[in-house]
Design a protein around this ligand. Structure first.
Ligand SMILES: Cc1ncc(COP(=O)(O)O)c(C=O)c1O
Length: 391
């Protein structure tokens, strides 16, 4: 294999960000979670259009926090949860870790999110309290239809938008549909804080639980009145107050160093969205229907972190992958393929095989898309892919 010339992802933290970070460090600030964390959270709320956000140390932690806050809210009628076949292991892992009963749903042939026909069947059969969805790779799912099912069947929706920040469905940002929504700020995602995650919600009860669960279960990150109400409820004296634990929490905090980077990254969102969308649209127009790719509506904004495509079959994928490797273009499977074919799932529940999710598993692959790519980079990669399949 040749050395890689075109990486699947590049860092969105640039030299100016590093220089600014160095200057900030030279002011010898407090490095743990401090004032920059709520500043970043408020800036993210304003950009996204939600009331509350909790910055934490990864998208996976954000998912864990969402599940646990939901569980501890006392609002679940049962612990059944529908989970997607296409997403990430940590979209599902908290369900297993926290004793939910996960039921896997087929992937939609258009957006690769939850298949709505299968979802409705599962809703009728299992009457779950919760549905977890993934906004797959910056392409919004069919949210009108999904929200209509939510209304009809009355489930809580956890929206994993970890790889979809910046995308919009009919002008509404992804990450504003779920009762709680998660984002990842890991390297290569739409924006990065090195490692990082956010949970956003409009529900104060969930937000209060998220704040406590992020930090051990203590109350001192809550707003003053909410913390005071707990102090009064449990008759806590002032000396004990900072170290009374109201929930069995975790420590999933990030730091002000990461928040410093996050504050600067939000300023780049519009530019990043434009660049990622332009690259995605260019791939799409060059391929001109030759490969199955995720579909989106004219009123949607996509913000992909890689360009995903499905080859005709495994043999065609092998040909494409070998040409990419010969030309120094990094590639990989489509997300995790079908999560129902991974040992973590099979060992507990048996194989979960579905036509569409399996197709993504056995024929899907990623091509590079990041803001620093130029149109000629996209054209070069798209052309060698077409050359590999004789088009
Ligand atoms: C859909 C989805 N959920 C969750 C995660 C986990 O995010 P993190 O790597 O920040 O833990 C990822 C990571 O790529 C993802 O794609």
């Amino acid at each position: 294999m040749k050395p890689i010339k075109y990486f699947l992802a590049e860092d969105t933290i640039d030299n100016q960000d590093i220089d600014a970070l160095i200057s900030w460090l030279k002011s010898y600030p407090r490095l743990t979670k401090g004032p920059l964390t709520p500043e970043f959270e408020a800036k993210w709320n304003a950009w996204l259009g939600r009331k509350y956000s909790v910055f934490n140390n990864s998208g996976s932690s954000a998912n864990l926090l969402m599940y646990d806050a939901l569980l501890l809210s006392g609002e679940l009628k049962n612990k059944k949860v529908i989970v997607p076949s296409v997403g990430w292991v940590t979209t599902i892992a908290p369900a297993i870790q926290l004793g939910f009963e996960p039921i896997m749903c087929e992937a939609d042939p258009d957006t690769f999110g939850l298949d709505l026909v299968h979802l409705e069947k599962l809703l009728i059969e299992h009457e779950p309290s919760t549905v977890v969805m993934v906004q797959v790779l910056g392409v919004p799912h069919k949210m009108d239809e999904l929200m209509a099912l939510k209304k009809k069947y009355g489930f809580f929706l956890l929206e994993d938008a970890c790889a979809a920040m910046g995308a919009s469905y009919k002008g509404k940002h992804v990450g504003t549909f779920g009762d709680m929504s998660s984002f990842s700020l890991y390297f290569g995602h739409q924006i990065s804080t090195i490692e990082g995650g956010i949970v956003s919600t409009d529900n104060k009860k969930f937000n209060d639980l998220l704040l406590m669960l992020r930090s051990h279960g203590w109350g001192k990150d809550l707003d003053k009145e909410t913390h005071q109400a707990l102090i009064d409820k449990y008759g806590v004296d002032n000396f004990h107050a900072p170290f009374v634990f109201y929930e069995p929490g975790f420590n999933l905090r990030s730091t002000d160093l990461n928040a410093f980077l996050g504050i600067r990254q939000v300023d780049k969102m519009e530019w990043l969205i434009e660049r990622r969308k332009a690259n995605h649209d260019l791939y799409k127009s060059i391929f001109n229907g030759r490969f199955q790719i995720q579909k989106y509506g004219e009123m949607d904004t996509i913000c992909s972190i890689h360009f995903g495509l499905l080859a005709r079959d495994g043999e065609e994928r092998r040909k494409i992958v070998s040409v990419l490797e010969e030309n120094g273009v990094e590639t990989r499977i489509f997300s995790a393929g079908n999560l129902g074919l991974h040992p973590f799932w099979i060992n507990r529940y048996g194989k979960a095989s579905f036509p569409m999710a399996d197709r993504i598993h056995y024929t899907g692959l990623f091509l590079p898309n990041h803001p620093s790519m130029k149109p000629e980079d996209v054209e070069f990669i798209a052309k060698i892919v077409l050359g590999a399949v004789g088009s």
